[in-house]
Design a protein around this ligand. Structure first.
Ligand code: ADP
Length: 857
């Protein structure tokens, strides 16, 4: 005691004081080390801890006030306090302590506790600015008090409530008023909180006590969630009045968000049935299950949608409400529809396709089975509709196939499986189970190997019986036509041959009449007949050639011939003709063509003869040139250019193609003026084609024509030397000189005309004996020997001639070849031509005899 500066007198005074006095250490833990009776009895005895802290006095919060209130055990006591440092003492002196028994004003502590409430927000402000906010603002609204100080209260009020709050402030600030209101306040997280406020306005100050209405805040949040929900939904009353419709539902119906939408009946116009909404709410309170509807909607924007509506009855405090959620299932419906449509389409397609479609699988077990058969298969394979579902085994199908077609079907299928190439086969299947009737089927399939190793065929079977029948008919018709054509050809050929005999007679008679000094008029008539007969002979020869080419019987030979010799010979042969028509016929041949080529000399002669004869025929007192040029000579191949040019009447452009057609002439009337059959150029072109050439024409009416073509020949292996005696003879003679042994005048006349046309000369004898004598006396190139002759027949004459000469002798006989063939061979004839004479054949034979022999000699 002493060291704390308290003497006994002071102690006595304290002890006797009726007011409470006590002393506590100036340093922690501030033990109460002395107190009087009054303190002991009122407070000290009931203190658990005899320290200031035990008394609830916090020295750190002590504000150096001399008066303070201590609370203990529900009672307040006022004390005066002396602090340690003031007089150098190291203790607190609490004195004049007495219980406060008057009306209960809040103690400082109570006020502090009150203000530190976490449930209520206390705000003090001036005008609209906030000057004090307690910590509750943090737990309720999330803001730190410091964030809001000196800001306007308006910052916390959402738009919707702002007007109201402003008017409260404007009406009350500066007065002394108490006002109560509710408002939303936006929390720091943006969530509106519903707060009820009591405001005391005092002059320009205000004091707010705010309390959060939790229930209201929650429902506000739920409402917002519902309104902002991504699912279109509404809440309606049982009569269809709308309690709430969210923004998605308005979107879905295409409704204006600004316009208030009050009753479901307003939606009616968007549906076919304007009362449809009644279904959604009809079942009322009885059924709490979710009901679903679907319905077509044409929304206010004109979009067609399919809606699924889920409706649920909710009862809230005796109030019946219905929640409606809407789902746009158009896409799903469309998808489903598309799927159904395409399935339907495929089914139709497989059913409607003519024939039947199938899928066949070759499984791992080596068995082949049908995995799909379209309806059409019933008809193709003759399966009953009831059977088709069980029709799986391939052998069932095979058993229906015609026994002679089975190997073909199986072999082709096996090949397809092995090569994985598409399968195709035509076969017959039984048309009727009992009868022996079959129908033709075309089967085709494409194989595919699955990843499982199995093989699948996708294929079809189709009935081709009609087609087959048609093909058979067509084939028959073709055969008939071929036969008819053959008959026609045979007929033509027969007629041509037969015509020659009467022609010979006409020709012979005309000749006889001309010998009997006819009058001038008669002579003219006879010459006309002569002219006509000449033309007929040429025509018949042409017809026979034409016939041969058409029948494909004409073969192009490949025998050696000298091109220069040949063209010279042709020109010489036609020189008479040229003279007759007053034309100047010339040959222009390039050097280097004195060569032996392999080809068909006879046909080449025929071509050139034809073209030159035409040129002479259609040119009057003009020029006709044959040009032959060596165009190319390479690797034993010789290309020769031929050109026949005239200065005649020319051919109109329009007719230039036509004249090469069979039997075509520029004008039919031509034949009366110029003669001819219209076959010459057609044969020429055909022959040239057979020889690998193409005839070309340039012509101008009134100026002339130019026919030209190229031909390619192989060079003959052996080139005959130019100084061969036979050849010199041949070249030396202006033309071939023939001996004709023929007793019949008419035959001799016709044969003579043909020979003259070739440009050859001849002498005639009347029997075999004369022939032998003639050959003994003179040198001929060839003898044309009739077989049946008086005095000495052709056989004996030939034997006689051959005994001293190797001159070629050609037999001419009307007898069929077989009968006399042997005899002809025996007698040593070199060749044989049947009567009536085919001019081309004879020319060919002569050429063969004369040049062929020279060549081999
Ligand atoms: P034809 O035997 O009637 O002469 P062709 O087939 O040889 O038959 O000729 C057909 C037609 O072509 C002739 O009738 C004639 O009108 C025409 N023609 C052929 N060559 C000539 C040519 N050199 N000049 C003018 N016209 C020609």
């Amino acid at each position: 005691m002493q060291e704390k500066g308290i003497n006994s007198t002071f102690k006595k005074i304290i002890s006797e004081s009726s007011e409470m006095v006590f002393l506590a250490d100036g340093t922690f833990p501030n033990s109460i080390f002395f107190s009087n009776q009054a303190f002991q009895s009122q407070i000290g005895d009931s203190l658990n801890e005899k320290t200031l802290a035990g008394l609830g006095f916090d020295t750190s919060a002590y504000l150096y006030k001399e008066d303070l209130i201590l609370s203990h055990d529900g009672k307040d006591y006022s004390f005066k306090i002396e602090s340690p440092d003031e007089n150098g003492s190291n203790y607190f002196l609490f004195h004049k302590g007495k219980e406060i028994i008057n009306a209960h004003f809040p103690t400082t502590k109570e006020s502090q506790q009150f203000l530190s409430s976490s449930k209520d927000i206390f705000v003090i402000g001036r005008r609209d600015k906030l000057t004090f906010i307690n910590d509750a603002v943090t737990s309720i609204l999330g803001y730190e008090a410091g964030d809001l100080l000196n800001k306007s209260i308006c910052n916390l009020i959402p738009e919707a409530d702002l007007e109201n709050i402003k008017s409260i402030w404007e009406n009350n600030i500066g007065k002394s008023q108490n006002v109560f209101f509710e408002t939303s306040i936006i929390s720091k997280d943006g969530i509106p909180k519903e707060i009820e406020c009591s405001v005391q306005f005092v002059n320009d100050r205000f004091f707010i006590i705010g309390h959060e209405i939790l229930e209201k805040s929650r429902s506000k949040i739920l409402e917002k969630l519902l309104i902002e929900s991504a699912e279109p939904c509404m809440i309606v009353y049982a009569d269809g009045k709308i309690f709430l419709a969210n923004s998605e539902v308005l979107n879905l119906f295409g409704l204006d968000k600004e316009k208030e939408f009050k009753h479901l009946s307003e939606l009616g116009v968007l549906f076919d049935d304007s009362d449809i909404w009644k279904d959604w709410i009809y079942y009322g309170e009885k059924d709490a299950n979710i009901q679903r509807f679907s319905s077509l909607l044409l929304n206010a924007q004109g979009n067609q949608l399919t809606l699924e509506i889920a409706s649920k009855f909710i009862s809230i405090e005796d109030q019946g409400l219905i929640s409606l959620t809407f789902r746009n299932i158009s896409e799903k419906v469309n998808l489903q529809k598309n799927l159904e449509e395409s399935t339907e389409f495929l089914k139709n397609l497989t059913d409607q396709v003519p024939g039947g479609l199938y899928q066949m699988v070759l499984g791992g077990d080596g068995k082949i089975k049908f995995s799909f058969l379209s309806q059409g298969i019933e008809n193709v394979l003759g399966i009953n509709p009831e059977e088709i579902n069980d029709f799986e085994d391939i052998s069932d199908a095979i058993s229906r196939i015609h026994s002679s077609d089975i190997p073909k079907v199986i072999m082709s299928a096996v090949t397809s499986a092995r090569t994985q190439e598409p399968w195709q086969c035509q076969f017959r299947v039984k048309a009727d189970a009992d009868e022996n009737k079959y129908r033709w089927i075309l089967g085709a399939a494409r194989p595919q190997v699955l990843t499982s190793g199995e093989m699948v065929w996708y294929g079809y079977l189709t009935d081709i019986s009609n087609q087959k029948e048609f093909e058979a008919k067509l084939d028959e018709a073709r055969k008939t036509a071929e036969k008819a054509n053959q008959i026609k050809s045979d007929f033509l050929s027969m007629i041509s041959h037969e015509l020659r005999t009467p022609l010979n007679a006409i020709s012979g008679s005309t000749y006889s009449l001309l010998q009997e000094q006819p009058s001038e008029a008669q002579k003219n008539e006879l010459n006309t007949i002569n002219f006509a007969v000449d033309n007929l002979i040429i025509m018949i020869n042409d017809l026979l050639d034409f016939q041969k080419i058409e029948a494909g019987k004409l073969k192009i030979e490949k025998n050696p011939f000298n091109i220069q010799i040949l063209v010279n010979q042709i020109i010489k042969g036609l020189s008479f003709h040229a003279r007759d028509s007053e034309n100047n016929l010339e040959l222009k041949i390039s050097k280097g063509l004195d060569i032996w080529l392999k080809g068909d000399k006879t046909r080449l002669s025929q071509i050139l003869n034809n073209l030159i004869t035409n040129a002479l025929k259609f040119t009057k007192a003009g020029d006709v040139d044959l040009t032959v040029l060596l165009k190319d000579f390479k690797d034993n191949k010789v290309k020769v250019y031929f050109e026949i040019k005239d200065t005649g009447i020319g051919i109109d452009k329009a007719n230039q193609e036509m004249i090469f057609n069979d039997f075509d002439q520029v004008k039919p009337s031509f034949s009366t003026k110029y003669g001819g059959t219209g076959l010459g150029l057609s044969i020429t072109r055909k022959l040239l084609n057979l020889m690998g050439g193409t005839i070309q024409l340039e012509s101008e009416v009134g100026k002339g024509s130019r026919f030209y073509f190229d031909l390619e020949f192989d060079l003959a292996e052996e080139q005959l030397s130019l100084n061969s005696p036979k050849k010199e003879d041949f070249l030396g003679s202006s033309t071939l000189n023939l001996l004709m042994a023929e007793d019949n005048d008419v035959n001799a006349l016709v044969l003579g005309k043909i020979i003259k046309k070739w440009g050859f000369s001849f002498e005639r004898v009347y029997n075999g004996q004369e022939a032998v004598k003639a050959v003994e006396k003179k040198k001929y190139d060839c003898v044309l020997m009739d077989i049946q002759m008086p005095v000495m027949d052709g056989f004996d004459a030939t034997v006689a001639i051959k005994s001293f000469s190797d001159i070629p002798i050609i037999a001419l006989t009307a007898a069929s070849k077989l009968e006399i063939m042997d005899k002809i061979d025996e007698c040593g004839f070199d060749g044989f031509v049947a009567k009536p004479i085919d001019a081309t054949e004879l020319l060919k034979k002569i050429n063969e005899m004369v040049l062929g022999e020279s060549y081999s000699a």
